[in-house]
Ligand binder design. Sequence first.
Ligand SMILES: Nc1ncnc2c1ncn2[C@@H]1O[C@H](COP(=O)(O)OP(=O)(O)OP(=O)(O)O)[C@@H](O)[C@H]1O
Ligand SMILES: [Mg+2]
Length: 231
Amino acid sequence: MLRIENLSFAYGAIRTLHQVNMVMEPKQITCVMGRNGVGKTTLMKNIMGTLQANSGKVWLAGRDVSHFPANRRAKAGIALVPQGRHIFPKLTVEENLRVGLEAREDRKRNIPDEVYDIFPVLKTMSRRYGGDLSGGQQQQLAIARALVGEPKVILLDEPTEGIQPNIIEKIGEVLRTLVSEKDVAVVIVEQFLDFVKEFGDSFYIMNRGTVVADGITKELTENLITKHLQV
Ligand SMILES: Nc1ncnc2c1ncn2[C@@H]1O[C@H](COP(=O)(O)OP(=O)(O)OP(=O)(O)O)[C@@H](O)[C@H]1O
Ligand SMILES: [Mg+2]
């Protein structure tokens, strides 16, 4: 579904990603791991197109989207739930969700009921300002906003950061249900090992802007964890 080929990126003169290669399959949850500052968020932005790679390619369902700006990638089926959520605080929950509809290629202008079925709290709070929601509610809103666009690939950058355990569990279950029911590839940047082991299918570990290990989550050994993840 999503293939990243030899992708490199620099912030000005600072080389941040070097020749990254990854494959994210539909119906699977792929976890991208690594310590702080190794380039995980930078990679997500390069996939979404909010940053443009210096070299390399991003393939979506066999189509080269490398030269697309972010809005075209969104229409092509890539959605990003950014680190820190970035919902619109001065828009209501419903208005935030309407923004997600912009990514749809059809002209559908109604928020699918399905989204409220998945996150009932958003129905209850549909008229409340995004900024007045709790952190966990905002994270659910950010995920829901991505889902209303019916993406082929959904990227989530540290969705469990600062979220209480029962909401973390809920998010994991929602994503598992999503991949079991739809042909969507879920990509999660995650530092919380228990979450990766419970909900992930495969993993990539990054270090200094490059992939240093990958496999299925069952193969995530203590050795790899000590070497690349523990601080
Ligand atoms: N806009 C920017 N300009 C210059 N350097 C940046 C910019 N954004 C990030 N960096 C640097 O690029 C490197 C990778 O940052 P990035 O945010 O991708 O890391 P990360 O793996 O997501 O970290 P974290 O786990 O803390 O979220 C870091 O050294 C960071 O300081
Ligand atoms: Mg980050």
